[in-house]
Write a protein that binds this ligand. Sequence first.
Ligand code: HEM
Length: 498
Amino acid sequence: MLGELLHNVNIITALVFILVFMLVYHGTRVPSYIPPYPKPVLPMFGNLLYLANRDILLCFRKLRAQYGNIFSFYMGSQLVVVLNGYITIKEALVKYGRVFSDRPINFLTEELFQGSGLVFTSGEKWKEHRRFVMNALQELGFGRSSFEENIIQEAEELVNIFDEQNGQPFQIKGGVNTCVANVVAQIIFGQRFKHTDPHFREFLSILEHATKTMSNTSVAVNCFPFLQYFPGDPLKMKLIKEHVKKVVQWYKDMHQEHKSTYKEGAERDFIDLYITEARRQGQNGQLSTFTDTQLYFSIGDLISAGSDTTANTIQWTLLYFLHFPEIQRKCFQEIEQVVGRERLPNLQDKEHLPYLEATILEVLRLCPAAPLALPHSLSEDFIFRGYRISKGTTVLINLESVLRDPSSFKDPERFFPERYLDADGHLIKPKEHIPFSIGRRMCLGENVARMELFLFLAVLIQSFEFHPVQGESLPELNGILGITYSPKSFLIRAMRRK
Ligand code: HEM
């Protein structure tokens, strides 16, 4: 009995000794010239236990208060640096943009995206494709008047969907997501899909599942990739791969269809422009990066980055209207005065609707679609503000720290569109208003997004007055931070204006 007890005590002592040794070893091994980080750093887990199940933005606020504008944490054994505040972020992304504009290479991006697409590539390949996509968006999107008509058509479709609810409580998410996805689909595939189209619905639902699964498991996948070999698919990698395979097959079919009807000089959409560029480079005998795989992952990136972000912002605006009916009323009054009720709003009205514009700016500030941007990484070892950061280190850009900084936005927690209007009612946008990020990696769909937000919201506000569900408490203004920042699901009533 006593022997067994002593034996158990010895094992426990040995385990405690090993743990203390690893903590001390890890603590001393960490170089002192990296940005400060919360302790303790546990072997294998790093600071994950500290961050797990907490509001990550709130944690970052606390860490910023403790350590200043540059701090770090360990995600497993990997160091992640977090940059805060406008001046620090601008210095990194603009002044040293050459160094800070890579994306991290990790298990998930390599395994799933095969180093292709726009969002997770770096270096020369990324530069070439980013340039190509920006030109394509200019040519097919905000550079074409038909693009405005396409958006208005989708906004009208959304009005029809809302009308079908007859003022009863409903969730707007599905309708908004489909209409917004259709805007990007028109740029890429040159066609809009009926909301009832079973293929389009299946495609959107797979995309949503894949994004949700990825956002739930991405940290575990990147920190502990060996878990993928455990039985039962704990990281859901098999499931995610199946999802990716299905959506890529959809893009492949579209590509094939395009090739059979393609006419050089009469490019209809993004896929056609891509075919032209791939052929041009092929004819020149260039070793081209315009491969089929690159096309499929670029399409995927445009749809993912261009749909949820804009759709969430529209949802957030209507959710804020439930809490701030007075602001909703002012937006409508402005539309009624400038546009009236006889015709639909268009882009020429934009400059005459500063209150609506200010409201959109305020929603983008308080509910930025990507409050931590997308992860950046360094293209070389670099000393930044006295800290040494190694090549390949993941850097998070805390846009939220800028957008809610009291030194740039007085009373930052307040929803207050008037902050963007001068004494004459003209719109003023502070330079710190950066929900689309800044520098070389900043959102390349910003112009498209701004057009969409304005037109969708102007048409919806002209048509409906939004109300909460009677007798129930107002839906929360706290959202969920996954790959994008989205509101928790909520019910709303859309009452047709008389
Ligand atoms: C409200 C709408 C949107 C917001 C707030 C938003 C915001 C952002 C942010 C913060 C980033 C990361 C920048 C960085 O890493 O520093 C980003 C990247 C990106 N966005 Fe958007 N975005 C929106 C809509 C769109 C749309 C409509 C498209 C396409 C049509 C788009 C395409 C992209 C792409 C492709 C990237 C990756 C750029 C790169 O890595 O070079 N976004 N966006």
